[in-house]
Design a protein around this ligand. Structure first.
Ligand SMILES: Nc1ncnc2c1ncn2[C@@H]1O[C@H](COP(=O)(O)OP(=O)(O)OP(=O)(O)O)[C@@H](O)[C@H]1O
Ligand SMILES: [Mg+2]
Length: 396
């Protein structure tokens, strides 16, 4: 089936050698597969569980490889395991297969053999599995400066995705503050994320009960509007919530706060793409560059960063022609400064892509949605959740 090659595949590599990760990454890159790797001599089952990879590749040279294979095959039966073995380890292969590995590839990696093995495993998996997760795309809207337009863009983008794809879209407010999304969408959430603060187990049912449908057709999972109801959700809760929403709808848009905290790191680990929003002003650009570089340089973060300039043409802002130089990065999209439209949308609780779809601002959002959506409607990517290893340079 063509599907197995058109969706973005995530491979978790378990090894204690950076060279091994690099070798796998080189081959995987050509196939458009992503490699999630946390190089370590000891690898916890829990780490693997949180990665939710399509295939786990376990290096037999690792200390506890056989134990891990056995545990993972039992605990995570939906995640096929492929063993990576250098010739001196071939003697252990039979044991690895007996305890649960689905196949093996040789190390040093032979590209054609590796690709064939992974493709076979994915095809087998698709045939065996109950319907896979519906997940297609998870976009985080981030930026480490307040008031740059993250929530505005997240809201309008979620609606634009729904209009363009007719697929279910969930807009999630991922921070521990009062809700902005409920105000922007004129919603009175009956249940909010803050209710999850004391839940021990969070299952899809619980999350579904909290999601509210907006008249535009999108679903919204928001924070509370009431200060007295505010609660701090811990990282594990966010991890669970984000895993569930990614299973519930093919498209997820996550609005974030401008704080480099663990909630943001969890969001970045679980997203496929991240828009980094900045206005054309020096402080905002500097923070955007920091976040972009952090994301790009951190091997364990697989999210693809996209630089977005919002409010282009704002009074006193840096002119378009100087922006690219200032940033030193590709700019994915520039959205115009339109305070009248943005304020009207805020005050009326009606996002501008609904009220003024032909305005330049709305057209910019629709164009972004078109470029972010996978080309093939059936193209799928799977979500990933990682152990928190994220450290932002300005935090330490
Ligand atoms: N393109 C735009 N042109 C003019 N004003 C805009 C534009 N985009 C957003 N705004 C305005 O900027 C203000 C901040 O927007 P928004 O709340 O979306 O930012 P934010 O980054 O989510 O802020 P926070 O960091 O507080 O969450 C709002 O008043 C909004 O109407
Ligand atoms: Mg906001």
């Amino acid at each position: 089936m063509a599907e197995s090659t058109s969706r973005i595949i995530r491979l978790a590599v378990v090894t204690s050698s950076y060279d091994t990760v690099d070798a796998v990454r080189r081959v995987a890159k050509k196939e458009g597969w992503r490699v999630i790797a946390k190089v370590s001599r000891h690898y916890e089952l829990a780490t693997l569980a949180q990665q939710r990879a399509d295939v786990a590749i376990i290096d037999l040279a690792n200390l506890d490889a056989l134990t891990l294979i056995e545990e993972a095959a039992k605990a995570l039966p939906e995640m096929p395991i492929v063993v990576l073995a250098s010739p001196e380890r071939f003697g252990e292969l039979q044991r690895a297969i007996l305890v649960g590995a689905r196949g093996f590839v040789r190390f040093p990696v032979v590209a054609s053999e590796f690709v064939t093995m992974i493709n076979n495993i994915l095809t087998e998996q698709e045939q065996e599995e109950a319907p896979a997760s519906q997940h297609t795309l998870c976009v985080a809207v981030a930026g480490l400066k307040g008031g740059v337009g993250k929530s505005t863009i997240a809201t309008n983008l979620a609606i634009a995705f729904h209009k363009r794809s007719h697929a279910d879209v969930i807009l999630v407010e991922a921070h521990n503050n009062l809700s902005d999304l409920a105000l922007m969408l004129n919603l009175q959430p009956r249940h909010t994320l803050s209710e999850l603060a004391n839940s021990r187990t969070i299952d899809t049912r619980v999350v579904k009960a909290m999601v509210q449908k907006h008249e535009s057709g999108i679903y919204v999972l928001s924070n509370t509007l009431k200060a007295e109801e505010m609660a701090e959700l811990d990282q594990n809760t966010w991890n669970q919530v984000l895993l569930h929403v990614n299973e519930m709808a093919p498209i997820v848009v996550i609005d974030t706060a401008p704080t480099p905290d663990l909630v943001l790191s969890e969001v970045l680990f679980q997203s496929d793409k991240s828009l980094i929003i900045s206005t054309p002003s020096v402080p905002s650009l500097r923070r955007a560059i920091d976040l972009y570089d952090t994301i790009s340089e951190d091997e364990s973060i697989q999210v693809e960063p996209y630089m977005v300039i919002n409010q282009l043409g704002m009074p006193g802002g840096i002119a378009e022609k100087h922006l690219k130089n200032r940033l030193g990065k590709e700019i994915f999209c520039m959205l115009p400064y339109d305070p009248a439209l943005a304020t009207l949308a805020m005050n009326s609780g009606v996002p501008f892509v609904l009220s003024q779809p032909r305005s330049r601002l709305s057209r910019g959002i629709f164009e972004m949605a078109d470029r972010l959506l996978p080309q093939n409607e059936h193209e799928k990517v799977t979500s990933s959740s990682r152990k928190r290893t994220f450290s932002l340079p300005w935090r330490s």
